[in-house]
Write a protein that binds this ligand. Sequence first.
Ligand code: ADP
Ligand code: ZN
Length: 742
Amino acid sequence: MSGTVARIALDLSLDRFFDYRIPEALRGRIRTGSRVNVPFGKGRFLRSGYVMEITDRSDFPDLREIDSLCANSPDLPDPLLKLAEWMALYYCCPRELAVRNLLPGAIRNGKIRHRLRPHCRLGDAAQAAEFVAHSGNRAKARTALLKVLMLEHELPQDVLLLKAEAGKGALDALVKQGLVLREDVIDERDPFKGSQVLPTAPLPPTPEQAEALRVIFDTMDGKNSGQHVVLLHGVTCSGKTEVYLQAIARALEQGGEAIVLVPEISLTPQTVERFRARFGDMVSVLHSGLSEGERHDEWMKVHSGRVRIAVGARSALFAPFTRLKLIVVDEEHEQSYKQSEAPRYNARDVAVMRGKLEGAAVILGSATPSLESHYNAITGKYAHVRMLKRSDPNIVLPEVKIVDMRCEESDDGKRPVLSRALIRAVKERLSLGEQSIIFLNRRGFAKQMICEECGFVARCPDCSAAYTYHRKLGILTCHLCGAMISAYEKCPQCGTDRIRYSGTGTEKVESMVFSVFKGARIARMDSDSMTRPSLYEEVLGHFRRGEIDILIGTQMIAKGLDFPNVTFVGVVNADMGLFLPDFRASERTFQLLTQVAGRAGRGEHRGEVLIQTGNPFNSAITAAAEHDCDTFYADELPIRKELKFPPYGHLLTLHFDGDDPRAIETCAARLMERIRPCLDPETEVTEPMPSPIERIKGKYRYQAVFRAGKLGKLKQVLREECCRRPPKGISLYLDIDPVSML
Ligand code: ADP
Ligand code: ZN
């Protein structure tokens, strides 16, 4: 590569690149994507950064020289750098931050190296044979070593010594004589070490799968009139994963590579195994449970081309492949694809962009596609395929019934937590030896502690939230900041003991289930009961083997679990998220209910689902009960259109966090005054207001919401504003396409 000037992104949050001269000695060795050390500022310290561009000229006189190439730092592929530049622009984040985001910390910090392990092999086979033949009873150890190597060809030194029952001295002697060659080989940390999977072959596709694959293959071959994205809308159990697997096989056949994104929560061994069973060692898995060393090695395997499929959560999108053919985003509607700190990107959307930049097809899969993706599909921006049958015709969708809790009353006149219908259904399952799931998306025992005498509610002093009561631990805890105090025995305000706990959580459901279903084997699964990561697998193992009758849990059990003997799912309270002050509240409720319902009846017995609600006519609930996405979309789209909310327009939130609400208000008002004249007339903006969750960890939170058809100009204006230093004690940031308005 010619050129004498390198434009470099330094690891500094300055949102610009810096030009450096490439010294003679490094010309031709430095390319875009190389990591280099350069002098910066006055000190003699070197900074490292990535070469973004190589050119011949610079607007700056007297450029300083690049000091050196970083040892041990792999180059980044060009298209990934382009992707980072796009992200910086689109998400309004500093460019070097976008570049940094491409790399796992383990690679970036350069501290983790390959582990080396000496391996031994024979120097000269004939000489070795001669030595063995003539050594007789002398040199027993050396003979043994050679004999092992004659059989095994090559072995790690420690294994060789063990097998030959010889000491290292004897081996050293052989190496000295030249009979054995010893060299250091990279020893990879293998997260799958010792695990065995049974290989699977592709299943003959059902007609729906065949049609989906036809569209996907056409898209991969560029025969879909410029479209490169396919929305695969398939009900749970319709065989989406099988479609992914066959599409990946095709990408590999064509010499390409594939990335599969799944939400972290569904990155279970069950899921991973399906990919490994089909593609074996070609698969690298990137998830948060890996050690730094494992992460480093997995990344290097991708970088060096030794694996061709990367499966993982959000960050796997940046796997440094160079012949990418396919990106699969499973459960594309998931909120967790959005990163909550800068760069605040949505991996699903960035996947679409990466596919475009690299000529790869993108499959967005879901049983409940987001309104954005659905809209892109019906307006022809994405190809659209639907799989509405379960892949095994004997397995039909579960029957879903809505239980109107307004009609339920227990003996004491209070509304019960478990309806009669739910209790009856679970009892029936117990008598049949089948399993039940009871779902409630709130952990803890009760949502709040109230004094019936004086009305005191225990609240977190630092957040705008009531404390949740956890009975087993005897504590009150804040689910926003984690603060914890021991539960009160008497009201701290009036001293009476008329304390009441309201708002049922999983812990309370568990205690009720225990008392209602005596003798049943019961387990609870939420982030409180799963005190260590391995417990999750253990409990699921028990459940899979039928050692648990009733599993109670939060959304931790809503996704991806596939247990054929589960024939009943009860939703304790479907209304929990329905009235949150967020325009996606209905959509989320619909998605969650559909997903939970999908856990029932995955085996040969038809499943039954009961949804308890106080809003039996709400369309998010009725549509989920009918397995009817279209009705839900038809109800929801006009509302979004009316309000110019996504998919009919883009959203941007400007956040102000700080200790003093007055100072925030002043700062926000000034800022808005400056921006208003620069806005397009069709941009709509709210006054900066306290966010629905007004305070977290002592910080006040304000936000202004902008809505516009296109955000380009607005972003330019806001970006400049955000680059100015806000007043002390206030932090300011932008969120483009926010997924939560809370
Ligand atoms: P989804 O990802 O849509 O929930 P899966 O791919 O997990 O669906 O498929 C559900 C079940 O159906 C799995 O057990 C899978 O092995 C089986 N399956 C998928 N495709 C086929 C097929 N073509 N023939 C037979 N069984 C299939
Ligand atoms: Zn708190």
